[in-house]
Design a protein around this ligand. Structure first.
Ligand SMILES: Cc1cc2nc3c(=O)[nH]c(=O)nc-3n(C[C@H](O)[C@H](O)[C@H](O)COP(=O)(O)OP(=O)(O)OC[C@H]3O[C@@H](n4cnc5c(N)ncnc54)[C@H](O)[C@@H]3O)c2cc1C
Length: 494
């Protein structure tokens, strides 16, 4: 290849990076990250996402510069930024990873493709997850996932030939220079070094209690891998995580650790399984999987009345009068992370207790989750709200969750110190009456002929196949993984 521009997106790492690896052979190369106003203005965006990105870019820019590759960081829409850069330096190839994003990034990719064709620039996209573009059937998907994840890792590039025509780079922008409100959360560390350290600490010991630790917000904080933001921003690849986990399982003499990692390995498959749903049906970010549920709840084509708007606000502020719900929400808003079960409880509460449609609560959560990954997020929002049409309606009782996951009330005391005082609000809904009404509505609709007919179509299009997701083994004898992980009711795949 002659001249190559590597377009970095959610792949902010040096190792196992196909576009960077390919760019090593070019006569002249540069890398580009674009801070797009469309992203900054999207309803899922928050300062934490930008902060994390800028930290990752600072580290990556440094390591790329040491290898002779300039990393340009530009602010502007695409393809206008490409057009401008092309005028400065007429690159012939554009290399990037595929992305399964929300509507704005999908439209942006279409525009970039059009621009490339118009300019005669060859745009090559590489895969970095198990998501398959233009998938005709879910049959065989699991095998493809395994094939991709077992493929050899790409080594970190050592030396590039820099594109000399490009001017020196100014400092990275800041939240303030981009007009973004200051960060309010205390976040986990960003960047590839942090990602590798997080992975290593988990597979060599921290993950030992994973299965026991993952349900309670008290233990999950350190007992879960905490790799989700790193996977979302691509500071580590799914293949790296998969292979490191399989390697640790095979080499450890610690049976407890191996068993725990076996459970963890299964969840890695879920990541791509859920992303595939958005890839196959982009509309699920804003409309129900099962259309038979359209319009049943306020906020779903039906304007939100004052009562439900006030409920939504109380939920967002962690002031519902249900201490476990409020503690989880406040903890999430302060740290950018919450474990799976408590995320599910928050959404179940919004859907079944408060009677809200998932879209508005989902946008709020997307802004709080540092690890916002559209395909997982919107699929899970719908599953936990009962609009997939094919999953069991899973209603979490906040008081049962408090008893099970925080029996001493430690988590609640930490995040809701005023609980028990007159300052703490009374429950905003009567739990019994609210659940009765929602159950009648949802089960009634579920039994309707149109909902039943639709369920088959949803299962056919998005469901995991009989053989389940790709297997993960405790030991590797053939270089391939064995026995499937036991399905967990937590994720309840479909
Ligand atoms: C309503 C809702 C929204 C969610 N939104 C997101 C999101 O935007 N981004 C995100 O990464 N996860 C999301 N999840 C899934 C899950 O809660 C997080 O992946 C997990 O809590 C991240 O912490 P961890 O990396 O320590 O997880 P671990 O338990 O250590 O799992 C390791 C990895 O496996 C994958 N994984 C684990 N559980 C799931 C799951 N149920 N579905 C899909 N992948 C899974 C993730 O990539 C995760 O990083 C959501 C769950 C719910 C209920």
């Amino acid at each position: 290849m002659e001249t190559v521009l590597v377009w970095l997106k959610r792949d902010l790492r040096l190792h196992d990076h196909a576009p960077l690896h390919a760019a090593q052979g070019a006569r002249a190369a540069a890398a580009l990250f674009v801070i797009e106003p469309a992203w900054l203005q999207s309803p899922e965006f928050s300062a934490s996402h930008l902060h994390f990105t800028l930290q990752c870019l600072a580290e990556l820019r440094h390591v790329l510069a040491a290898r002779g590759l300039p990393l340009l960081v530009r602010v502007g829409e695409l393809p206008a930024v490409l057009q401008q850069l092309h005028a400065e330096w007429p690159f012939q190839h554009l290399l990037s990873h595929e992305e399964t994003g929300t509507g704005w990034s999908y439209q942006r990719d279409i525009a970039v493709g059009r621009w490339c064709r118009g300019q005669g620039v060859a745009w090559q996209e590489f895969t970095q997850t198990g998501v398959v573009r233009r998938l005709a059937t879910r049959q065989g998907w699991a095998g493809r996932w395994a094939q991709r994840m077992d493929a050899p890792l790409l080594p970190a590039p050592t030396q590039f030939h820099a594109a000399a025509a490009l001017a020196d780079q100014p400092d990275l922008p800041t939240l303030a220079s981009l007009g973004v409100a200051p960060l309010t959360q205390t976040l986990q560390a960003a960047g590839e070094t942090a990602a590798r350290a997080t992975l290593l600490s988990f597979i060599t010991g921290r993950g030992r209690d994973y299965r026991r630790a993952l349900s309670s917000p008290l233990t999950a904080e350190s007992g879960c891998s905490r790799l989700s933001p790193h996977l979302a921003f691509g500071t580590v690849s799914m293949r790296q995580v998969h292979q490191a986990t399989e390697g640790a399982m095979a080499s450890t003499a610690d049976r407890t650790l191996a068993y725990a990692l076996h459970g963890f390995a299964g969840r890695l498959r879920w990541h791509c399984h859920f992303m595939q749903k958005l890839e196959d049906e982009p509309a699920i970010e804003s409309r129900n999987f099962a259309r038979a549920y359209d319009g049943l709840r306020p906020g779903d084509g039906v304007p939100m009345d004052e009562l439900h708007a006030a409920r939504l606000q109380a939920w967002c502020e962690g002031r519902t009068g249900f201490p476990m719900v409020d503690a989880c929400m406040r903890s999430l808003c302060a740290t950018g992370w919450l474990n799976f079960r408590m995320r599910a409880m928050l959404v179940s509460f919004a859907a079944y207790h408060l009677g809200l449609h998932w879209r508005e609560p989902g946008l709020f959560l997307a802004r709080q989750f540092l690890d916002f990954e559209p395909g997982i997020h919107w699929s899970q929002m719908q599953m936990q709200s009962g609009t997939t049409g094919i999953n069991t309606l899973r209603i979490y009782s906040p008081s049962k969750q408090a008893l099970d996951q925080d029996p001493q009330g430690e988590f609640v005391r930490r995040w809701v110190p005023e609980f028990g005082s007159p300052d703490y609000p009374a429950p905003i809904v009567d739990e019994k009456a609210a659940l009765k009404a929602t159950k009648e509505l949802m089960y009634g609709q579920r039994a309707s002929p149109e909902a039943r007919a639709e369920a088959d179509a949803v299962q056919q299009r998005h469901g995991s196949r009989k053989a389940g997701l790709p297997p993960s083994g405790m030991k590797r004898s053939t270089g391939r993984s064995k026995a499937p992980p036991a399905p967990s009711p937590q994720g309840e795949l479909f």
